[in-house]
Design a protein around this ligand. Sequence first.
Ligand code: CMP
Length: 137
Amino acid sequence: MERTLSMIKPDGVRNGHIGEIIARFEKAGLKIAAMRLQHLTKEEAGKFYEVHSERPFYQDLVDFISSGPIVAMALEGENAIAKNRELMGATNPAEAAEGTIRKDFAKSIDENTVHGSDAVATAKTEISFFFTDKDFV
Ligand code: CMP
């Protein structure tokens, strides 16, 4: 059993895809262990993506992630990290496989609809950014 952090980004929320995205997670056997709709401040978005702070796209990323509400979820299941990444597809939707979330809903690499943790350690850090033990049901 593993946990991973999933975030539906502002484009996914704005375009009305919350339900369809969550349905894909549930159909794949991932359980929602904690969930919250939240509008991140620029400061919070900057902290969440701190690992990318030296990258040229950092400021645009922070501006976009703080441009509207996101849905943060802790997903739980067997191989949850890899399963979520498979459902999301490649970071750049132009390279994402058919039937993935990013292929079906994302417009560009900047507005790519979902974020998912890439490893066990990152998942732990990202989950604790949004949730504490009492948020888990
Ligand atoms: P995400 O998985 O949320 O992690 C960091 C985000 O930065 C990524 O999705 C993209 O939306 C965004 N980004 C923009 N440009 C790039 C790039 N060249 N490489 C990786 N991520 C990028």
